[in-house]
Design a binder for this molecule. Structure first.
Ligand code: ATP
Length: 346
């Protein structure tokens, strides 16, 4: 794996670093924000995270996707410094998590699966309390908390007791506490778990908004969630990363290249003759069509080669009408099932 490049980091206040105070840095995190190398976590004899390595660049919204027990929470807990690893190392903003645990905590906002809320406090009291813990200067605290409450749209509930809020609003309070201190990295474990469909859409929109100027990692075992919010997916299975990329790239990798699905008004022989001239085609599959007199064809090409234009030219010069042409992509669901229904490899 390539090492992180272009790393500068923001320390939001005066911090004690290796026995001396360093002044607040004006720079923001750049380039590679999170670098994880050969991470291993055992619980007794149980291997929960197994040699996991990945890098996350500034501004990415990355989804950890995996079935229950895959190791998502364990990985996130290690990234946030809540749990130690058995082996391997983690760098956030270029800093090693073992050497700079406090500095790293100051640039990460964490929303655990069950947000730690004091339910007998009002929203405002709780956020003010978190502001104190995160050492937000008194003079700025009120204004910053008001701004965060506006961001997560909870300002109308500021004076209500947390125990009287719905699950969706409690989740917003959890998100608000993660945002205090203006973290540049936001880590969220199952942020929409237990919410109703309307709340799910609202929280997803909020996450996308927050991801515009932050690096975001979220975990989920819900496929549409990850495709709706994330640009990149890390599929975790039995503690290992089994896939890393955009849903489109993962699909192509599994299919072994691009597949174009066509419906053509011609016979198999005519189509084979016409498409035989397209050099980049590596295979043709013919299927029956529901439309009488037509054939469905899957044209395969190696890797990322886009053969749609060549298909169009070859078929038009053979006077074969194209009734339908579309890329045949695997859904994230197909990819996930393909990768996670395999038996555990010991
Ligand atoms: P879920 O989606 O169900 O939250 P997950 O992908 O987040 O699952 P983890 O919670 O990281 O998975 O758990 C990974 C594995 O480690 C599971 O087999 C789990 O039972 C085990 N595990 C997690 N925490 C502990 C613990 N404190 N002690 C022992 N085993 C644990």
């Amino acid at each position: 794996m390539q090492p992180c490049r272009d790393v500068t980091f923001l320390i939001p206040s005066l911090l004690l670093v290796r026995g001396r105070y360093v002044k607040k840095q004006a720079a923001a995190i750049g380039g590679c924000v999170i670098e994880v190398n050969n991470l291993v976590r055992r619980y007794g004899r149980h291997l929960a995270v197994n040699q996991v390595s990945f890098k996350i660049e500034k501004g990415e919204i990355v989804g950890f996707l995996g079935p229950n027990g895959a190791g998502k929470t364990t990985t996130m807990n290690i990234l946030t410094g809540y749990l130690s690893s058995t082996e391997g190392n983690v760098k956030v903003g270029g800093m090693d998590i073992l050497e700079y645990p406090r500095e790293i905590k100051s640039i990460i906002g964490y929303l655990p699966e069950n947000p730690p809320l004091y339910v007998d406090m009002t929203v405002q009291e709780f956020l003010s309390f978190v502001g104190d813990i995160k050492r937000i200067p008194r003079k700025d605290k009120k204004e910053r908390i008001n701004k965060i409450m506006e961001t997560v749209v909870i300002q109308d509930h500021a004076k209500r007791l947390i125990k009287n809020l719905s699950k969706g609003y409690r989740q917003r309070v959890g998100l608000a506490q993660a945002l205090i201190g203006d973290p540049q990295v936001l880590i969220m474990d199952e942020p929409t778990a237990g919410l109703d469909p309307k709340q799910i859409i609202e929280i997803r929109d909020l996450i996308k908004e927050l991801g515009k100027d932050r690096t975001v990692i979220l975990s989920s075992h819900i496929l549409p969630e990850v495709s709706a919010v994330c640009q990149r997916v890390l599929i975790i299975h039995f503690g290992k990363i089994v896939a890393d990329g955009t849903p489109e790239v993962l699909a192509r990798r599994l299919l072994g290249g691009r597949h174009i699905h066509l419906r053509l008004d011609a016979s198999e022989a005519e189509i084979s003759r016409a498409l035989g001239k397209v050099g980049d085609i590596t295979g043709l599959q013919f299927r029956e069509s529901q439309e009488e007199g037509t054939l469905e064809v899957i044209a395969e090409a190696q890797g990322d080669t886009d053969i749609r234009r060549d298909l169009f030219r070859a078929l038009s010069s053979a006077d074969i009408p194209i009734l339908m042409m579309r890329s045949l992509d695997m859904s994230l669901e197909d990819i996930f099932l393909n990768l996670t229904t395999k038996e555990r490899e010991e």
